[in-house]
Every structure is written in structure tokens, then in C-alpha cells.
Design a protein around this ligand. Structure first.
Ligand code: HEM
Length: 246
């Protein structure tokens, strides 16, 4: 972490939740401004874009949640381990089945950036579980924040009714995202970390955003190669090969 970022982290006090927000502020702006997220915010997300995004989210959450589960008793994981409230894997599986049919597992295709992100999650799950909080924060608090707006946009842009195809955005175990985020932050703040460990967590959070940005950029490239950047057909439950199916 460069000294400017570290100074900024310290300027907001000693709470991990404040520091992590501060050091990832610029990264958040960059993530919001990726082409994929910009299209999203303009309501220009198409079914092929959404389906291919779901595939990557599935790989990411599979790695994240397997590592959180495996390390659930670790002192830096236990306070922020909320599988009932937060786990996304089942919802993603439901959404993928809705769009790709019962053989959806054979249709999941992801770009190289997604593999790198998932590999990093598995690596830290194995060797530095302290860092999982940085990734859990980046994804889950994002899903409970901007993600809630994106869910509504998805439903509207794709004319989906009810929860079908958009289970990913829905958190039935969280009554108030605002209050839950407060609880989550206080749990983050209760994790005991040395200065060195804290610096590594903050670094990892910046990296976590970077992984997401790379995934979005790769997805955008994949879509432009398949000519599906806008107004694609998006055959539901089609039987064609993965690239044309997205
Ligand atoms: C269209 C894209 C996005 C929009 C419109 C958006 C919007 C927002 C908003 C409005 C908040 C603040 C909520 C609050 O203060 O209570 C927020 C928080 C957050 N977002 Fe995003 N976001 C987007 C993309 C992302 C992405 C791609 C990530 C990471 C993968 C992300 C991660 C986060 C995190 C971790 C927070 C919590 C910050 C904190 O309170 O510490 N966001 N987002």
C-alpha cells in the first residue's frame, strides 16, 4: 500500500470498516465506471450480458463461500461469517438454471480474469484466511449497497417478474440492508489484527476491487467478440454452444 493511501486510512481513525472504505474509494469509482457497470446504470444491460455476468459471479462466489465455510472458525472469519444472511451460491444456481436450463453447469463459461480472481480466493483461503474479510466486504457490502439498485434495473431491463432470474440480488435473510451493514461493519471492527495484518487486509481490499474491474473488462471484451454488446437475442434455455447461448 502506498504511503498516501496508508495516510488516508489512518486519517479516518482506527476502525477497519472506515479504513477499508477510505482506501477503496478510488477503486469503487473505477468499478462503477467500467463499461459494463455504466451500461448497467443506464438500464442498457441485455440478457446476454446478464447471463455471462451470472456465470462469473457463480465462479467467484463458489470460491469465496467455499473458503469462508472452510475457515468459518478462524478468528478473522468467524465474526463476519453470515452464511444464512449473505450466501449467494444457491441463488446464483437458481438463476443459472432459470436461464440455461437443467444442464446449466455445462454452460458456465468465464474469462481468464474470473479464473484469476477465484484462484486468489482459494489461495488466501488456504494460506492467509485473515484476508478473506477484504473479499467478503467487497462483494457482500457491494451487493447490499449499489447491488440493490442493480437488481431493480435488471428486473426492469429484462422484463422479469417476481424473483425469477434475479434471486442473486435478493437477501431474504436481511430485513434492513442498512442495519445489516452496520452490524457487519461492527463485526469487522472486532477482528483483532496487528498493524502489519491490517495493512495486508487493506491492500487485499484494493486488490479485490481490481479483480472485479478486470472481470468486468474481460466480460465486456468477450461480449464484443461474440457481437453481443447490445440488444442480443438471449435465447432462454437454448441448446446451442455456450458462446452463442450467452
Ligand atoms: C453500478 C455500479 C455501482 C453502483 C451504482 C454502486 C453504488 C454504491 C453506493 C451508492 C454505495 C453506498 C451505500 C452506502 O453508503 O450505504 C456503495 C457501497 C459499496 N459498494 Fe458499490 N456500487 C457499484 C459497484 C460496485 C462494485 C462493482 C463493487 C465491488 C465489487 C462495489 C462495492 C461496494 C462496497 C464494498 C460498498 C460498501 C462501502 C462501505 O460502506 O464501506 N460497488 N455502492
Amino acid at each position: 500500500m502506498d504511503t498516501t493511501k496508508m495516510k488516508r486510512a489512518n486519517s479516518v481513525g482506527s476502525d477497519l470498516s472506515e479504513q477499508i472504505k477510505e482506501v477503496t474509494k478510488d477503486s469503487h469509482v473505477r468499478a462503477e465506471n467500467t463499461q459494463l457497470m455504466l451500461n448497467y446504470q443506464k438500464g442498457q444491460i441485455t440478457l446476454p450480458q446478464y447471463k455471462i455476468l451470472l456465470c462469473s459471479l457463480y465462479e467467484i462466489y463458489r470460491a469465496l463461500e467455499e473458503e469462508l465455510d472452510r475457515n468459518s472458525a478462524h478468528p478473522a472469519v468467524e465474526p463476519i461469517y453470515f452464511p444464512q444472511e449473505l450466501a449467494r451460491l444457491d441463488s446464483l444456481e437458481q438463476d443459472l438454471e432459470y436461464f440455461f436450463g437443467s444442464q446449466w453447469r455445462e454452460r458456465v463459461i468465464v474469462p481468464a480474469a474470473t479464473h484469476r480472481y477465484a484462484e486468489r480466493l482459494r489461495e488466501i483461503g488456504r494460506s492467509s484466511p485473515n484476508l478473506l474479510v477484504a473479499h467478503a466486504y467487497t462483494r457482500y457490502l457491494g451487493d447490499l449497497s449499489g447491488g440493490q439498485v442493480l437488481g431493480k434495473i435488471t428486473q426492469k431491463s429484462m422484463g422479469l417478474s417476481g424473483k425469477e432470474g434475479v434471486a442473486f440480488f435478493s437477501f431474504p435473510g436481511v430485513t434492513s440492508p442498512h442495519r445489516f451493514k452496520q452490524l457487519y461493519r461492527s463485526r469487522m471492527n472486532s477482528i483483532e489484527l496487528s498493524e502489519e495484518e491490517r495493512r495486508k487486509v487493506l491492500d487485499e481490499a484494493v486488490r479485490a476491487f481490481e479483480f472485479n474491474i478486470e472481470v468486468f473488462d474481460d466480460l465486456q471484451k468477450m461480449l464484443s467478440i461474440t457481437g453481443e454488446t447490445s440488444g442480443g437475442r438471449g435465447t432462454q434455455n437454448g441448446t446451442i454452444n455456450p458462446l452463442t447461448a450467452i
